[in-house]
Design a protein around this ligand. Structure first.
Ligand code: GLV
Ligand code: GLV
Length: 323
């Protein structure tokens, strides 16, 4: 019977499903393991199911010659050294498609929370500071409707974010490595522009690019400087795509109006100055966090892993050149 390592806690139903076919080794206390610990726990395992917080570096693959597949329960896979996996003949799989709408919803929640200063208002009410009702000039925010939304990274999630903008009568600009098909552009009601033009024209800038060395600090001080002073930046993609230090500095100086951030460089640690900034809405990497979607991600990951262990091509193979 093949042995499978599940590197973080998942739903009990998922362990049950895996246990019908495989011997399952779990991480009972849910602490993300170091690469060294992962390699240790992988002894005798031919498969791993992992999350974005589990780092599979080259040393893990070098120490695990028996490993056949790393099935990431995520659409992103920047936690895995894919080249090293391919070199070791290990299949890497992810869970695209099942989380697009849920992540698009959270992006909108953060965009609107930042625009209308919801966390700030909530804290104010809870503190008991609300003494004068309907003060004409207090808690003034940004209009979302009829504003311009700019999306950098127009894959499936970016397009789902764009489609939601039509209810707010927004203009949508996008920038992507490749231009969308005419049909997809039409469905998203979005216009392709150069990145600098997008930054200059948008009232809301959403980043939705995967993390890689090429997208490291894709939004840094220079890019933020091109944004409107009234603009809001939203990052629900991956920590490190935005330069957190540059964003913190810009928010402090009022260079832009606000931000909504779900993902951070080095999370769960984050730039300490975020905590004191009233004009940023913060969530703890919960883009895909609904029960239904997290279950679908797990089911997809199980299907990918099972396919490999049964000698089939997995539905969501990342490193196709491994075959
Ligand atoms: C989560 O961050 C994912 O990549 O799915
Ligand atoms: C506000 O509450 C209004 O009635 O305009």
């Amino acid at each position: 019977m093949s042995r499978v390592l599940v590197t973080r806690r998942v739903f009990p139903e998922v362990i049950e499903a895996l246990s019908q076919r495989f011997e399952v080794v779990t991480n009972p206390d849910d602490t993300p393991w170091s690469p060294d610990q992962i390699a240790g726990h992988l002894a005798g395992c031919s498969a791993a199911m992992s999350t974005v917080m589990c780092k599979f570096d080259a040393s893990v693959f070098e120490r695990s010659p028996q490993l056949k597949v790393v099935s990431n329960i995520a659409v992103g896979y920047n936690n895995i050294d894919v080249a090293a996996a391919t070199k070791g003949g290990v299949r890497v799989t992810n869970t695209p498609g099942v989380l697009d709408d849920t992540t698009a919803d959270l992006t909108w929640a953060l965009l609107m929370a930042a625009a209308r200063r919801i966390p700030e208002g909530d804290a104010y009410v809870r503190r008991g500071d609300w003494k004068v009702a309907f003060a004409m000039q207090s808690f003034l925010g940004m209009d979302v409707h009829h504003a311009t939304l700019g999306i950098i990274g127009m894959g499936r999630i970016g397009q789902a974010i764009a489609r939601r903008a039509s209810g707010f009568d927004m203009a949508v600009l996008y920038n992507n490595r490749t231009r969308l098909s005419e049909a997809d552009e039409k469905r998203a009601n979005a216009t392709v522009v150069e990145r600098d033009e997008l930054l200059a024209r948008s009232d809301f800038v959403v980043v939705m690019a995967p993390y890689s060395p090429a997208t490291h600090h894709l939004i840094g001080a220079a890019e933020i400087a091109k944004m409107k002073r009234t603009a809001i930046l939203v990052n629900t993609a991956r920590g490190g795509v935005v330069d957190d230090a540059a964003l913190v500095a810009a928010l402090k100086e009022g260079r832009i109006a606000g931000a909504g951030i779900d993902v951070f460089e080095g999370e769960p640690k984050l730039h300490a100055d975020y905590l004191a900034l009233p004009n940023v809405s913060l969530t703890p990497h919960i883009g895909s966090a609904t029960r239904a979607t997290r279950m679908r991600m797990c089911e997809t990951a199980v299907a990918n892993l099972t396919a490999v262990l049964e000698g089939r091509v997995p539905p969501n193979l990342v490193n196709k050149d491994v075959i």
